[in-house]
Write a protein that binds this ligand. Structure first.
Ligand code: UD2
Length: 318
């Protein structure tokens, strides 16, 4: 992909900024981010990147952006990404996670006649607590939180805009994404970012207790962010993916206990772990069936070991 125009909402966030880094070497990229979760420092600026500080809920701003430019690709990654936040603030969360998407779709329908693809970021949260594993795209959907409900509803609108209006859309359901630039500051931040923060403290001789909710036997399908970017770009460029949603994971899972063991071993330390009561609403096990993603040529470049190693190196821990 070269000399194309991209819009990345949430482009200062963890996944967004990684995508922007990848595509901005040879393409023009407009980033829209209100910096509520993301950080400007996450973006490695070059002349191809235009940063617009604003919210995707700001209709006038979004209309201005979409009416004045022709984009080839739009990646909608802006969201209130915390499930807990959505439970605390369902109305605000709905505005960001659902209404902004519908508005964006309408603006695309009105102005973006040359668009090649809009990719919407949905979540494995849509599967909820139904226990059949691995999760397939056609598995039972049981969204349990405002976050999951909005992600599912928005995803369905996005795909329906393809079926109803021929807008070129696809959606991705992220499993547990990890890697550099993930913000560890909230208790609901990705567990690997919290772990890395604790290991950093441990190595710096600071207090570094990790609270593990449950007995550590819960498992997740952790995918390294660079593999996620590969999946996003493959999906955006394949005609077979139009109007469809894709699980984005590795198809493998690991327990939290094992994960800590792997990092302990890599860093040759022992992280102090305090076992606490299981978090309410926590899912026991989660793993993706990624047959659909594999069918378009996805090939994971990272195991959990090599992904962690990259992350730990980027944090200067290795
Ligand atoms: C992930 C997504 C969430 C939603 C959900 C759907 C992330 C960051 N969150 O939540 O947005 O899509 O999947 O199922 O990707 N844990 C600890 N100690 C900590 C933090 C977490 O023990 O300090 C545990 C937590 O209780 C859980 C596991 O680690 O059992 C993973 O937690 P998470 O918040 O990284 O991700 P998850 O799967 O709950």
């Amino acid at each position: 992909m070269t000399n194309l125009k991209f819009l990345v909402t949430g482009g200062a966030g963890f996944i967004g900024s990684t995508l922007v880094k990848e595509i901005s070497t040879c393409n023009k990229v407009v980033v829209v981010d209100d910096l509520s979760m993301g950080k400007k420092e996450n973006i490695q600026f070059n002349d191809n990147i235009e940063f617009i500080h604003g919210s995707v809920t700001n209709e006038a701003l979004m209309e201005k952006i979409l009416s004045e430019r022709n984009f080839d690709y739009i990646f909608h990654l802006a969201a209130i990404a915390s499930v807990a936040d959505s439970v605390e603030r369902p109305v605000e969360s709905h505005r960001v996670n659902f209404e902004s998407v519908l508005m964006l779709l309408e603006l695309v329908r009105k102005y973006q006649i040359n668009l090649k693809r809009l990719v919407f970021s949905s979540s494995a949260a849509v599967y909820g607590d139904e226990s059949t594993l691995p999760k397939k795209e056609e598995s039972v959907i049981r969204p349990l939180t405002p976050y999951a409900i909005d992600k599912f509803a928005a995803e369905q609108y996005v795909l329906n805009y393809n079926h109803l209006y021929r807008i070129p859309t696809s959606a991705v359901r992220f499993f547990n994404v990890y890697g550099p630039n993930q913000n560890p500051e909230s208790p609901y931040s990705g567990v690997i970012s919290i772990l890395v923060d604790r290991y950093k403290k441990l190595i710096n001789g600071e207090p570094a207790l990790f609270s593990l909710f449950g007995d550590g036997s819960q498992s997740r399908d952790f995918i390294y962010v660079d593999d996620v970017i590969q999946a996003l770009l493959l999906i955006a460029n394949d005609d077979e993916t139009l109007g469809k949603q894709f699980n984005v994971g590795t198809g493998e899972s690991i327990t939290l206990n094992k994960l800590i063991e792997v990092i302990d071993k890599a860093l040759n330390v022992k992280l102090p772990v305090q076992y606490e009561k299981e978090r309410s609403g926590d899912i026991k096990d989660s793993v993706a069936d990624i047959s659909r993603l594999l069918s378009i040529g996805f090939k994971s470049n990272y195991t959990i070991q090599s992904g962690l190693e990259n992350y730990l190196k980027s944090e200067k821990l290795m």
